[in-house]
Design a binder for this molecule. Structure first.
Ligand SMILES: NC(=O)c1ccc[n+]([C@@H]2O[C@H](COP(=O)([O-])OP(=O)(O)OC[C@H]3O[C@@H](n4cnc5c(N)ncnc54)[C@H](OP(=O)(O)O)[C@@H]3O)[C@@H](O)[C@H]2O)c1
Length: 334
């Protein structure tokens, strides 16, 4: 039997706690532990789940809160084959030298620059990332765009794309960010999403714009694609139905909004009420000559979680089909 992959999770916030839970569900992985940057309910919960906690914080408040620290962050890195770095934008890049010191492979998140590691979306470029030391799982928005655009390119050939990201203001738990009562256009074009897509789908002609709106649930993408062949709505529905991690949702099922997608995820029994699949509304699909128009919703807190699990196996040399199948099975994904 192959030895388990030892995985450390650095940063136990929105993404880190989900990745850690997903690692615990993998039959070929062992969660070495997670890091604590301060004491809070998330670390308390990790402790209650029996997850080992590593911290560099001097006098980390483990005694008064009844927590035991298993070691320093360097201990976690040295014991791990792969560290999934889920620290906030900017912090992770500074950790690169620590991973190199211990010869530990690492996965960065979309907040980091693409120079940190090879950009990764499982169903698009897994095989190109095998053998790399560092992988960067691209942002929630870029992941969502890549999933549907790659499928369309494969079936119809994409000439060019324009997409507008209608972005949630903050994550649901976040009491610090906004806007609360404004629509805020991003005043630089293209927004960073288009260039970021091209770090995965290198030949994709894509121009993106972006607006932040006062909601916390999901992002929406309004997408116009010029295809090389005239599509049909039925053909695109069939294509997306057959594509992994893409879910076609319907107004006719009463799913008319991001609020109803989130309720649907809870009704499905998904952990934390997450929806890791990108959701495309069937009724928003329109064909105009060779143009295809559609609207999709991205659950920012969870769509990158399966990519992180696949990225761990990719760094360790597992094939894409074996990894995607196992990740989907263990996480209950389409
Ligand atoms: N949230 C999303 O919607 C989303 C979606 C896709 C990708 N991403 C990307 O994922 C990454 C992580 O984002 P997140 O939303 O998960 O962040 P988050 O919820 O703020 O969590 C960050 C975690 O890192 C810890 N931390 C903070 N500063 C640190 C430091 N200097 N050194 C070590 N640990 C530190 C925090 O601990 P304390 O709380 O104790 O400070 C927390 O556990 C970013 O690159 C982000 O762009 C986020």
């Amino acid at each position: 039997m192959k030895p388990h992959i030892n995985v450390g999770v650095f940063g136990y916030g929105t993404i880190g706690k989900r990745v850690a839970d997903a690692v615990l569900l993998q039959p070929d992985m062992n969660l070495v532990g997670v890091t604590a940057n301060s004491y809070n309910f998330k670390i308390k919960t990790a402790h209650e789940k029996g997850i080992p906690i590593f911290s560099d914080i001097e006098g980390f408040v483990h005694v008064e809160h009844g927590l035991r620290v298993a070691g320093s962050v360097d201990d976690l890195i040295s014991k791990s084959d792969v560290v999934v770095d889920c620290t906030p934008k900017g912090a992770a890049e500074r950790n690169t030298s620590r991973y190199k010191k211990y010869n530990t492979k690492a996965i960065f998140q979309g907040g980091e620059p693409s120079s940190c590691g090879k950009s990764f979306v499982s169903q698009c470029n897994y095989e190109d990332c095998v053998g790399h030391e560092f992988i960067r799982v691209v942002s929630c928005n870029t992941t969502g765009l890549c999933r549907t655009l790659d499928a369309l390119h494969w079936k119809y050939g994409v000439d060019k794309v324009h997409a507008t990201m209608i972005r949630r203001a903050a994550d649901p738990w976040d009491i610090y960010h906004g806007p609360v009562n404004a629509l805020v256009p991003h005043l630089i074009v293209p927004s960073h999403h288009g260039p970021d897509v091209r770090t995965v789908l290198e030949d994709m002609e894509i121009f993106t714009t972006s607006i932040s709106v006062p909601t916390t649930l999901m992002h929406l993408h309004s997408i116009t694609v010029d295809l090389n062949k005239k599509p049909s709505v039925d053909g695109v529905v069939g294509l997306f139905d057959a594509s992994t991690r893409v879910r076609v949702v319907k107004n006719s099922d009463g799913i008319r909004s991001t609020a109803e997608i989130m309720e649907y995820a809870k009704d499905l029994g998904n952990s934390r009420g997450d929806m890791p699949e990108v959701c495309v509304w069937e009724e928003t699909m329109g064909v105009w000559g060779n143009k295809l128009l559609y609207i999709q919703a991205v659950h920012q807190e969870s769509d990158v979680v399966p990519e992180n699990i696949d990225a761990i196996r990719c760094l360790m040399g597992t094939s894409s089909s074996a990894s995607i199948e196992l990740t989907n099975k263990t996480l209950g994904l389409f």
